[in-house]
Design a protein around this ligand. Structure first.
Ligand code: X2W
Length: 289
């Protein structure tokens, strides 16, 4: 609760330019009535940590200011590319997953820890409470050690560290590292980890924060909404829907199938997180079924 007056006024001005006070307070009330675990999971891509940390930090701190605690899970893809290249390790991916050697894993761990702390410290510098969680959440298994090396898929999610953080009103900031029952740390794709977390928590809002701020159409414009029931087949056949986007849509479809109808998935950018959460119009791309 310690934003300076100027920041607070900027936020209030921003919100009131987006929607009526009535609209905002309706959402606020709805979110406040939810169990803390059920409010929101926010997945933050590594590109956002690199390019948009200020907007990310102020948007998350604002939620805490109004009494809401989002659960944050982050990746570090571009940072890993950079650090591994600097160490002379060539990038190789299979089905979008980074093949991770023991030598690479040491760097993966270091980079994940550094990126996690960067966000936690940025939040704390903003007078927000945040808890760094880099282990103990994702129990993982090797996907296929011969093909991918030290890469995991999540077998079980341990909620205790997240619950402890929520109880203290502190934003859990979780890195997508997993560990096997035997204690081996594994590299886990952050979108996959986010999906597993969401399936266990069943939150009301699932928000993917990306650099593009949504799914883009053929002209590079953000698509407002996608209804998977009526538009999915047509959409994934479009020539402009590239491989990465197709995977994303398919993953979201699979995820939505496991969630209550009241839950929604959206893809937006950090500066528009409040707009997404507190206005009817929302921001970025809303995916529904
Ligand atoms: C990912 C983990 C980071 C990630 C990787 O090594 O790049 C695997 O591919 P973004 O920024 O969210 O893409 N892991 C196994 O997913 O980060």
């Amino acid at each position: 609760m310690a934003h300076d007056i100027q920041t607070r006024q900027t936020i209030v001005r921003l919100l009131s330019s987006m929607a009526s006070a009535k609209e905002i307070s309706q959402y606020l009330k709805r979110f406040s009535q939810l169990d803390a675990k059920r409010f929101a999971v926010v997945k933050v891509g590594g590109a956002v940590l690199r390019d948009d940390l200020d907007a990310l930090t102020s948007s998350l701190a604002f939620l805490q200011d109004v009494g809401l605690t989002p659960i944050v899970i982050h990746g570090a893809g571009p940072q890993l590319d950079q650090e591994l290249t600097a160490a002379g390790i060539e990038k190789r991916t299979v089905n979008g997953l980074r093949v991770t050697s023991p030598e690479a894993l040491a760097i993966v761990r270091r980079v994940f820890h550094a990126q996690n702390l960067k966000l936690v410290e940025a939040l704390q510098a903003f007078d927000a409470r945040a808890t760094s969680i880099v282990s103990g959440v994702f129990e993982a298994e090797y996907i296929d050690r011969d093909t991918y090396g030290l890469v995991g898929q999540v077998g079980r999610v341990e909620l205790a560290p997240i619950e402890a953080s929520l109880k203290a009103g502190s934003i859990p900031v979780i890195a997508s590292l997993g560990e096997t029952a035997g204690g081996q740390i594994l590299n886990v794709n952050a979108d996959f980890a986010a999906n597993e977390l969401v399936q266990v928590l069943q939150p009301y809002k699932i928000v993917f924060l990306t650099g593009t701020g949504g799914l883009l159409d053929e002209r590079g414009k953000v698509i407002d909404s996608i209804n998977l029931t009526t538009e999915y087949e047509h959409l994934i056949q479009q020539p402009w829907v590239n491989g990465g986007m197709k995977v994303k849509i398919e993953q979201i479809k699979a995820l939505l199938d496991t969630l209550p109808l009241t839950s929604s998935v959206s893809i937006t950018k950090p500066s528009e997180l409040a707009k997404e959460l507190f206005t009817h119009k929302g921001s970025g791309t809303l995916v529904r079924r």
